[in-house]
Design a binder for this molecule. Structure first.
Ligand code: ADP
Length: 461
């Protein structure tokens, strides 16, 4: 008996388990909205932390002067300067530089890492010239985008909860990361200070709002995922009376931790069990770039074990976690050729898998199933946020133009994912309302956004 036949039932079962029909998406959107409320009511009240950003004045377009941004969120840090010219001149000039962080700084002491960053910043600041000009008597102000879990304590301070993403730096956890950076800058003799500490989704919202007053939500879909939105202070019970001048603030949802009503498979559960944070970040593990390729790999491995789809034996490379990455499955899905040549070579080069046409087309279907589920669930999450805002103030969102600013490598590079996401939003909202909801890419808005937040929270205003 040929084992080949058994690949098809695995695919059929996968498609069934990953299905995202409208009622399921509705349920996810509703659950997102109610988890948001629970997280706003009390700390620890929900999967969603609903963290206060302390950003309560968004860029207006009137910002003027020279500001810096520093972005630390992975194996690189980026520094940027921008000269702002107010409503008329807007962004007069920007310059940026990217510096990669050598391994030993990721495993060393806090002082070493921050000294390395401060010296990179010092070098960058030295080359300031041309169109960039700091009024005399001022020190340079920085917006600091720090994409690790932080308990924010004010617009310019926050305690590091823990390092993630492969960083194991000693002596920072429990400390104010802004103080760490300010001290390192002092040690370097660098005349700069941090005016705003921001999460990357908050930076994206600020950067997009600078150009468009209708931006209310920002979503990052990259290696991981997160979302933030503009909330009324009156709708945040856990705040208990702290007031901002505008009556509004940005809430960082940390929505990657959402877990309600998701259609999960045995592959998701096994991947979660094998992860460094089992039971955590379930939404992130279903929709973000770090995981989509890995879920596909686990399905293909099962097919290789239970059928002879890829030949008689299981290709050894396919058994290695994370060999198949999201950019690989994306590239396979762009292959429109009759013989799926590109799919074949990616399978062979990346996973050591030999394939015939039938196997290749099954692989593409597996990719599509996982990406469709991811994109549609991300869309349902966005609708959940919009729905929560609309329920609180009728007409605020659905009665006018509303913009959701998107950024991150997954959203930017994966056309099918983007289409599935938009499709779910349209399905859920209906054509009339969804015509008013603009989901748009805001490329690298978060760097400029952080500099803009340094400007709107400047010590000199
Ligand atoms: P990060 O989220 O790490 O700060 P990015 O926003 O640039 O950085 O996202 C990088 C992620 O985007 C990668 O981990 C990968 O999952 C995804 N990605 C990058 N390129 C592609 C691509 N061509 N197709 C699909 N996904 C991609």
């Amino acid at each position: 008996r040929s084992r080949e036949l058994t690949a098809t039932p695995i695919l059929t079962k996968l498609q069934k388990d990953c299905a995202t029909p409208l009622p399921l998406l509705r349920h996810v959107a509703d659950a997102m909205a109610s988890d948001m409320r629970a997280g706003l009511s009390a700390d620890g009240g929900s999967d969603l932390k609903m963290i206060l950003s302390y950003v309560d004045s968004l860029p207006s377009g009137n910002e003027k002067g020279l500001f810096y941004a520093l972005d630390l969120g992975g194996t690189n840090f980026r520094v940027l300067r921008v000269q702002l010219g107010g409503k008329e001149e807007r962004v007069i000039a920007t310059e940026f530089e990217q510096v990669s962080i050598p391994q030993d700084f990721m495993f060393g002491t806090s002082e070493k890492l921050f000294d390395f960053i401060a010296s990179g910043l010092a070098k960058f600041a030295q080359n300031e010239g041309g169109k960039f000009h700091l009024p005399s008597g001022r020190i340079r102000e920085i917006g600091f985008t720090f994409s690790f879990p932080v308990k924010q304590t004010s617009i310019d301070s926050g305690i590091l909860i823990k390092w993630t993403k492969g960083f194991a730096v000693s002596g920072t956890a429990g400390r104010d990361v802004v103080a760490c950076l300010n001290e390192a800058m002092e040690r370097q003799g660098l005349d700069m200070r941090v005016s705003a500490l921001v999460n990357d989704s908050v930076g994206t919202l600020a950067g997009a709002r600078y150009w468009d007053d209708d931006v209310m939500v920002a979503v990052i879909l990259g290696t991981g995922t997160n979302a933030c939105y503009v909330e009324r202070l009156a709708a945040i019970p856990k705040l208990q009376g702290q007031m901002s001048s505008t009556g509004e603030t940005i809430i960082n949802t940390e929505w990657g931790a959402f877990s309600n009503g998701l259609p999960l498979t045995v592959y998701d559960r096994e991947m979660d069990n094998a992860s460094i944070n089992p039971g955590e970040q379930i939404f992130e593990k279903t929709i973000s770039g770090m995981y989509l390729g890995e879920i596909v790999r686990r399905v293909l491995l099962k097919m290789a074990e239970d059928s002879d789809l890829f030949g008689a034996s299981v290709p050894a490379k396919l058994a290695a976690p994370h060999v198949l990455r999201t950019p690989d499955i994306c590239a396979m899905q762009q292959d429109n050729s009759d013989d799926l040549q590109a799919v074949g070579s990616i399978l062979y080069n990346v996973a050591g898998v030999e394939s015939n046409l039938r196997a290749r087309s099954i692989v593409v279907e597996v990719c599509d199933t996982i990406v469709q589920r991811g994109g549609r669930l991300a869309g349902a999450g966005i609708v959940g946020i919009l729905q929560k805002m609309e329920e609180d103030s009728k007409g605020l969102i659905f009665g006018k133009r509303t913009v959701v600013a998107m950024d991150g490598g997954l959203y930017e590079n994966y056309p099918q994912y983007r289409e599935y996401l938009q499709g779910a939003v349209t399905d859920l909202l209906g054509t009339d309302i969804s015509n008013n909801v603009i989901i748009e890419h805001s490329k690298d808005g978060s760097g400029i956004g952080a500099a803009l937040l340094a400007a709107s929270n400047s010590k000199y205003e």
